[in-house]
Design a protein around this ligand. Structure first.
Ligand code: COA
Length: 329
């Protein structure tokens, strides 16, 4: 078996900054409510002319540049997203064309906030077996186009933002590598965080037409919170156990940026200080599949992570799905 490692990362966020005060002008909410419940100060909303594939393309180009490879070396594309430009096909096929690549394999992964780690795990398996050498893995979203931007949808609307992050994974001949990945799901919580339409379920349709009231994400915030604060530490501990590591061996936890209070609860359960937990939620909100690669790319950009450091990526989201990846840099 071979090993894989991340050789370069990049990210892209829309220019359009929406502050909490901006939101309070279009719905009944306040800066104080949002900050105290989530830690979010502002987020980016893609304008109509910017779609998920545009952000994915910019992030991918930055990752290709940072990894110093030729884009022709890429032999697979995996995109984690729940807000693809079209219902089908996926953003991955658009990237293949926009990056001017050969007719390589390309597919999307719909595992919501866990999609980036799911995609990293798949890329890792392909590289380990020798079936692929260099895989472009992207998490990209413009989901705020789907949210209900009114008081009715405020519980969801204030939390989410848009963006994209990309990683290039390639075969490793050194200690630097993906050490392990662990993926989980529990479908009984499907309706705690979901968007019902457009879909093929009979429930999405009324008299032969899509029920437009179901064409927006819905969330049971308390249920999500309760499960997240259990599953995050659980899957991080799973990564530690699998690699015979102690939490003190870990330089950083890079959690999916769901909510600052969830990150604080993770730190408390793992008995670590918040300076070990990467957080940028105050700037971007929850960018679903994009949040981990953006946070990781920013941490690399500011030289927080050095060669030899061990970090753990961890995610939780709709499905419910949850996952972790332990990485030696
Ligand atoms: N602004 C102002 N008030 C709001 C609001 C908003 N944006 N959203 C909801 N409220 C109101 C509610 O209507 C409720 O009013 P009521 O008491 O009159 O009925 C009140 O605030 C309290 O709502 P509640 O749901 O009890 O708040 P909470 O403390 O549970 O916080 C969340 C709500 C969503 C912030 C919290 O449950 C959470 O963070 N959940 C996890 C969400 C998440 O991370 N999702 C993504 C996972 S990938």
């Amino acid at each position: 078996m071979y090993k894989s490692k991340i050789i370069g990362m990049g990210y892209s966020v829309p220019e359009n900054i929406i502050s909490n005060n901006d939101l309070s002008k279009i719905m009944d909410t306040s800066d104080d409510w949002i900050q105290s419940r989530s830690g979010i100060k502002e987020r980016r909303w893609a304008t109509n002319d910017v779609s998920t594939s545009d952000l994915a393309l910019e992030a991918s180009r930055a990752a290709i540049k940072n990894s110093k490879i030729n884009s022709s070396d890429i032999d697979m594309i995996i995109v984690g997203t729940l807000s693809s430009d079209y219902f089908f096909p996926g953003v991955s096929a658009q990237l293949q064309e926009k990056l001017n690549l050969k007719t390589i394999g390309a597919f999307d992964i719909k595992a919501a906030c866990s999609a980036f780690i799911y995609s990293v795990s798949i890329a890792d398996q392909f590289i380990k077996t020798g079936a692929a050498n260099t895989v472009l893995v992207v998490g990209a979203e413009t989901q705020t186009k789907l949210i209900e931007k009114s008081t009715k949808g405020r519980d969801v609307a204030v939390l989410f933002g848009d963006g994209a992050g990309a990683a290039l994974l390639s075969r490793s001949n050194s200690e630097s590598s993906i050490l392990s990945t662990h993926l989980h799901s529990d479908g009984k919580h499907l309706k705690s965080l979901w968007m019902e339409a457009p879909g093929t379920s009979k429930d999405s349709w009324v008299n032969g037409s899509i029920d437009l009231s179901k064409f927006t994400p819905k969330m049971n915030g308390r249920e999500v919170f309760r499960n997240a604060v259990t599953r995050f530490p659980e899957v991080i501990n799973e990564a530690l156990d699998a690699n015979d590591l102690d939490i003190n061996d870990i330089k950083f936890i890079v959690p999916h940026q769901a909510n600052y209070r969830i990150s604080e609860a993770i730190a408390k359960k793992l008995n670590i200080k918040m300076d070990k937990v990467i957080s940028n939620i105050h700037k971007y909100g929850n960018t679903t599949a994009a949040s981990i690669p953006i946070a990781l790319a920013e941490a690399l950009e500011s030289n927080k992570i050095s060669k030899g450091d061990i970090i753990i990526l961890a995610a939780f989201g709709a499905g419910f799905t949850w996952a972790s990846a332990a990485i030696r840099w």
